[in-house]
Ligand binder design. Structure first.
Ligand code: MTE
Length: 319
């Protein structure tokens, strides 16, 4: 993703020292002590022992309408290669992400809706039609995976929110907590992470709100307890750890649009024919394999979503 806006004098921290060192040396030292004392594997096991109240809901029934030709990316690969800038700009943020408390987790719904409300994640899970889908996942950085997501169609959620007729977009916002998320202390990004969709996109059959992965509640690095999956768009649209949905008439300014407007925009539809300013989008590296495969328009989902953009040829739909 974007790194150019970082001041010229700033050495990329990941190149110099482990991320957490420059963000919070003391905490890292304490963490290293704990790891040295117990071993990384033991530390992970301890994290997994914390009961998740939604664990009994999984595995969810697979919706066979959403299966694909590629093998599923192994969980060990997917859960150790993540983009989650709240926890750092490297791919190996999984351990730091375990710091995020997943309960209690409240989701606020406001803006142009009949009645604004707040709902706890477990109450939300109880009200939504839960299922598992296999989706392609294509990052703007030209790598891809295939993931079994558990969750519910965003359309069901939008219907529950009862937006007013004047609402044209839904703006989504990630949690904000500088104590937990060291990345949120970096001054060169405008936190919190924000994303947005048109109402037509949000109610498209493919837009999916994710609560689980690989047949169990999603691990923190995947954006638990609630993230988006919009597989026809570059991965940065799929916002993690959502705490707020705001229905609005105005197109929201998104996190990457604010950070790098010459490289990232609102639409971000996958398009192999339009290169990123710094690299080609024609093909993608399939993580967990040695393969590089051609990228497909709308990431292979043109049949489901091309109609959303009819008559919008003037827009930069790939950014
Ligand atoms: N959401 C938040 N809140 N913070 C992030 O840094 N990264 C985005 C997206 N959602 C990001 C986010 C990017 S760039 C990608 S490619 C995907 O999450 C990565 O999802 P994954 O780690 O499950 O592969």
């Amino acid at each position: 993703m974007l790194i150019r806006h970082r001041p010229r004098w700033a050495l990329p921290a990941s190149a110099a020292t482990p991320e957490a060192v420059w963000l919070d040396r003391r905490r890292l030292m304490a963490g290293l002590g704990a790891i040295a004392a117990s071993g990384v594997v033991t530390a992970c096991a301890a994290e997994e022992e914390v009961a998740d109240p939604s664990a009994g809901l999984y595995p969810l029934p697979r919706n066979e309408a959403y299966t694909i030709e590629r093998p599923v990316t192994p969980e060990e690969v997917n859960s150790r290669y993540n983009n989650y800038y709240e926890f750092g700009s490297g791919k190996d943020i999984w351990r730091l992400a375990q710091r995020l408390p997943l309960r209690p987790w409240e989701v606020a719904v406001d803006g142009l809706v009949e009645t604004p409300f707040t709902i706890g994640i477990d109450d939300l899970l109880a009200r939504m039609p839960l299922e598992e889908r296999l989706y392609r996942h294509r990052c703007v950085e030209a790598w891809s995976m295939t993931i079994p997501w558990g969750g519910f169609p965003m359309r069901a959620f939008v219907e529950m929110c009862k937006p007013l007729g004047s609402a044209k977009y839904v703006r989504m916002e990630t949690f904000m907590d500088r104590k937990v998320a060291p990345g949120q202390r970096t001054p060169w990004y405008d936190w919190p992470y924000v994303e947005g969709l048109t109402i037509a996109e949000a109610t498209n059959e493919l837009a999916f709100l994710v609560t689980g992965t690989y047949g169990k509640p999603a691990a923190p690095q995947f954006g638990a307890p609630l993230r988006l999956a919009v597989p026809w768009k570059y991965g940065f649209k799929s916002i993690k750890a959502i705490v707020r949905f705001t229905f609005t008439e105005e197109r929201p300014k998104t996190f990457w649009e604010k950070s790098g407007p010459t490289e990232y925009g609102f639409w971000a539809n996958v398009n192999p024919d339009v290169p990123h300013p710094r690299w080609s989008q024609a093909s993608e590296r399939v993580l967990g394999t040695d393969e590089r495969i051609p990228t497909r328009l709308f990431n292979g989902y043109a049949e489901e979503v091309a109609g959303l953009y009819a008559g919008m040829e003037g827009e930069r739909l790939f950014m």
